[in-house]
Design a protein around this ligand. Structure first.
Ligand SMILES: NC(=O)c1ccc[n+]([C@@H]2O[C@H](COP(=O)([O-])OP(=O)(O)OC[C@H]3O[C@@H](n4cnc5c(N)ncnc54)[C@H](O)[C@@H]3O)[C@@H](O)[C@H]2O)c1
Ligand SMILES: [Zn+2]
Length: 400
């Protein structure tokens, strides 16, 4: 005989994503008010800081200390930030997560306290994972310091570290308490890192928001030189689209589709293929730009987008400064790359393509000879001087 007691409950999540500049100027109350929203009392804060952000902004720790002092009725911290090695290294080495757990114990951080993480997407992932697992979840405030962090990686509900040779293998779905995006942090980023983050905006605009893509096309010259007003607008609009997605669809990804992963199947492979080459390694966003160009050519060949739509997309990508080809594409095993992406999705093969601009279609099968032809087209056009005629893509519709 079988006995069953059913259980069901729902939990409502909400968190603010705030945009400001100069968050640690004593008169800037954004961060103070985030803490206050958890009660008008003194809150204990453990502060974790990306090593490269600390190095790029001398005096940041002193600035933080002055801010905490100016708002001492709300903000209590030990006075020494935990410096986390910035970049992928902190996701690869368990030392960082372990050290944060140890500090949670030493600094008496409990579930009513806060961890404030300031850094790039990688560091936020590692600290987010440490925060989510200490005491089964300490409240986390993220301050992303890269373009990709502010418009994509830092504003969602996921965190992770790499383990057993797998990227993002250990992790949790854990909504942050708040996200505070400070535009000033972007000033110290390298041009490559600034540009790479813009690829995610082009990605999401292409499949979800045609007016946003048209705006980026119009503003491509300003975005190419990272003009602050254009960058701010791009980040806010991109973040908005990502936030809507998390809030509306499948935040904890129980299904197998990853509908925002346009351009990502080949991007993941290109990143991996080039990762060992210190000077030629592609940034995630650089690989995504190539992946979006490739999948757009495929969508064009399949009749999902028109020549004019393809041209707009290529002009936007290249106008902002992306290179739409890498030698590694020619060596890529498409079948293996697709299989590995399917595994990453955790089930059925699902490739997201534009279906017109601003809409998407999911394909469950890829025509391999046609995809090869699209790669060959990208290679051919990269070897030619830029086309000045009515067809800036320089390609005709490919057939299999
Ligand atoms: N959790 C998610 O939903 C999600 C989504 C997308 C990507 N990610 C993850 O994000 C990571 C990539 O993030 P990223 O693109 O921000 O790269 P990153 O964190 O590796 O940062 C790039 C480099 O810039 C440094 N840096 C960061 N901010 C700086 C600043 N203001 N000035 C100078 N240097 C600075 C970093 O230390 C690092 O060396 C990957 O690990 C990826 O898996 C997570
Ligand atoms: Zn991405």
């Amino acid at each position: 005989m079988q006995r069953e007691i059913g259980q069901q409950f729902s939990v409502r999540y909400s968190f603010p994503v705030l945009f400001t500049r100069d968050a640690f100027a004593p008169e800037n109350l954004t961060l103070r008010d985030v803490l206050r929203s958890a009660g008008a009392k003194q809150h204990r804060v453990l502060l974790a800081l990306d090593s490269n952000v600390a190095a790029a902004t001398p005096g940041l720790a002193a600035l933080l200390a002055a801010y905490a002092e100016a708002h001492a009725e709300t903000f209590f911290w030990s006075g020494t930030p935990f410096i986390v090695r910035g970049g992928e290294i902190c996701k690869n080495d368990p030392v960082e997560v372990h050290a944060l757990h140890q500090l949670v114990v030493e600094q008496k951080i409990d579930r009513q306290s806060f961890i404030l993480a300031i850094g790039g997407g990688a560091m936020l992932d590692a600290i987010g994972y440490a925060a989510a697992t200490a005491h089964r979840g300490v409240r986390l405030i993220r301050m992303p310091t890269t373009v990709l962090g502010q418009n994509d990686a830092g504003i969602g509900v996921k965190n992770s570290v790499n383990a057993f040779g797998r990227k993002n293998f250990l992790g949790t779905f854990a909504p942050p308490f708040a996200v505070v995006n400070d535009a000033k942090f972007l000033d110290t980023l390298s041009p490559r890192d600034k540009r790479a983050g813009i690829a995610e905006a082009i990605k999401i605009a292409t499949i979800k928001d045609a007016p946003f893509l048209t705006w980026m096309h119009r503003e491509r010259k300003s975005l190419a030189v990272f003009a602050p007003a254009a960058m701010e607008e791009m980040i806010v609009r991109c973040a908005q689209r990502h936030i809507e997605h998390v809030g509306s669809a499948d935040p904890f990804e129980t299904g197998s589709a990853r509908p925002l992963d346009f351009g990502h199947w080949s991007a993941h492979c290109l990143e991996e293929m080039t990762s060992a080459d210190a000077s030629g390694a592609l940034r995630h966003g650089e690989a995504v730009a190539i992946g979006c160009a490739l999948d757009s050519l495929y969508a064009f060949a399949k009749g999902l987008i028109t020549q004019a739509e393809l041209s707009l997309l290529f002009e936007t990508l290249e106008g902002i400064g992306f290179t739409l080809f890498h030698e590694a594409l020619l060596k890529m095993n498409i079948e293996e790359a697709l299989a590995s992406f399917r595994e990453h999705l955790g089930g059925e093969m699902c490739i997201t393509l534009p279906d017109g601009l601003g809409r998407k279609r999911e394909l469950h099968e890829i025509d391999l000879p046609l995809m090869h032809r699209c790669i060959a087209q990208l290679a051919e056009r990269s070897a030619r001087p830029p086309s000045r005629d009515a067809n800036p893509t320089g390609v005709e519709r490919a057939t299999g």
